[in-house]
Design a protein around this ligand. Structure first.
Ligand SMILES: [Fe+2]
Length: 208
């Protein structure tokens, strides 16, 4: 899936101390350093991405992280970022030199609880304007003290762009990193979407 193209540019400008804690695996991983930028000291199990008042349909992303043996993995950090409801990231000129520079302003971190569960409250992102890429939420895993890597984006089965055979084919040949990212949106409440994106640690991650 298409990733933001200006990720190559900003990292040189970031404070060196903010980069490179856990080892980055699953290479190539353009922009993976950004998972450390602005990472808060305290990370909740349920984190908010889009601020209150952000235009768009409310969306609850939930999931359970399992280790290679299928046991719930506690204390794993899941990092997520996505476009706004119109499918846009902010222009680089608007975020240069800020923590939002690499992945935009709609980003956050959640840490799994004892049952391996994590969650984000946000809005449903739009697909990139003028392109065929489906709506998506980029996801990375940070295994504290060990490693970090990106996994397959969360995408939405009911997204009209997912009906495009070319897109489907592309997804089917995706690496299935961390397990499937294809979710089936349900209504959690009136006007609120809920999707489940479970994660299997290390699955199909080169060099894991
Ligand atoms: Fe994206």
């Amino acid at each position: 899936m298409q990733r933001r193209t200006f990720l190559l540019l900003p990292l040189l400008a970031l404070p060196a101390a903010a980069i490179g804690r856990e080892k980055i695996v699953g290479l190539p991983c353009e922009g993976c350093d950004a998972v450390f930028v602005g990472q808060p000291a305290q990370i909740p199990g349920l984190a908010r991405i889009a601020p209150a008042g952000e235009p768009g349909e409310p969306l609850q992303l939930r999931g359970q992280v399992l280790d290679a043996a299928g046991k719930p993995a506690a204390g794993i950090i899941v990092y997520a970022y996505h476009t706004d409801a119109a499918g846009d990231y902010p222009p680089l000129a608007a975020t240069r030199g800020t923590p939002a520079q690499a992945h935009g302003r709609l980003r956050s971190w959640a840490r799994t609880d004892a049952d391996g569960r994590y969650g984000f409250d946000s809005i449903r992102p739009g697909g990139y304007p003028g392109r065929k890429d489906p709506q998506h939420i980029h996801l990375h895993v940070i295994e504290p003290g060990l490693r970090t890597y990106y996994i397959d984006d969360a995408v939405f089965e009911d997204d009209p762009r997912m009906a495009d055979p070319a897109i489907r084919s592309q997804l089917q040949h995706a690496a299935n990193r961390g397990g499937s990212g294809i979710t089936r949106p349900q209504r959690a409440a009136a006007g609120v979407w809920r999707v489940q994106r479970d994660i299997r640690l290390g699955m199909n991650i080169p060099g894991y």
